[in-house]
Write a protein that binds this ligand. Structure first.
Ligand SMILES: [Zn+2]
Length: 224
């Protein structure tokens, strides 16, 4: 074990070691457990500071939070109190999330989310007949909890995410993301009729004319 570690360390050149310590905020943030829905925002997009100015009023330490996520941390942070640093750290996450919601609507961001969708990073639809279809993160309107939800392109329903994602804010993805994603990549949308549950008895389908056939009524039919 020790020999293996020594061999690995020996094989690392100085440039390799530099790489180990040069992880960007994006890379670090997206690698955290529970952040699997996020894609890495490109440094070029993050440098477009003017585009994020409109968010400034929502933050106590906007400039410092921006410095952190663009890997330009200055010595200023060292002079701040622990309390301030805690707020700055939280605001960095929020700022990254809000910028992320607009980045994933760009061609580049959309492409990265497509790769994540194909990899199954967003999980699968819990509906059995969707047969493990991939889902997309969405901010579902009229939901006061604001936690991210998951949209299934097959059954077109919205679900709560697994427990570990229940604290993730849906605004980091936006309400329009799945719609624009499927417009750009229609190959992922279900065009055929959605498979529905077919009642059976002792292994045989129940004919609609049978006395034991139960036909769910539509709301209007019930009222009539
Ligand atoms: Zn589904």
């Amino acid at each position: 074990m020790t020999n293996n570690l020594e061999k690995k360390l020996d094989s690392l050149s100085i440039s390799n070691l530099e790489d180990l310590f040069s992880e960007s905020y994006s890379e670090w943030f997206c690698s955290l457990k529970g952040n699997e829905f996020f894609c890495q925002i490109s440094p070029t997009y993050l440098k477009n500071v003017e585009s994020f100015e409109y968010l400034k009023t929502q933050f106590q330490f906007f400039d410092l939070a921006l410095e952190i996520i663009t890997d330009q941390e200055s010595k200023v942070l060292e002079k701040r109190s622990n309390e301030d640093n805690e707020i700055i750290e939280k605001e960095s996450v929020i700022l990254y999330g809000l910028i992320h919601s607009s980045y994933i609507l760009t061609d580049e961001g959309m492409e990265k989310m497509k790769e994540k969708f194909i990899n199954g990073d967003f999980g699968e639809c819990p509906r059995l007949l969707c047969k493990n279809s991939g889902v997309l993160p969405i901010e579902f309107q009229n939901d006061i909890s604001q936690c991210v939800k998951l949209y299934c392109p097959i059954c077109k329903r919205v679900f709560y995410p697994p427990y570990k994602y229940m604290k993730m804010n849906g605004t980091y993805f936006g309400s329009q993301f799945p719609h624009l994603f499927l417009k750009k990549y229609p190959e992922f949308e279900q065009t055929q009729e959605m498979e529905k549950y077919q009642p059976t008895m002792f292994g045989f389908d129940i004919h609609e004319d049978s006395a034991i056939y139960y036909k769910p009524q539509k709301k209007n039919e019930k009222e009539n």
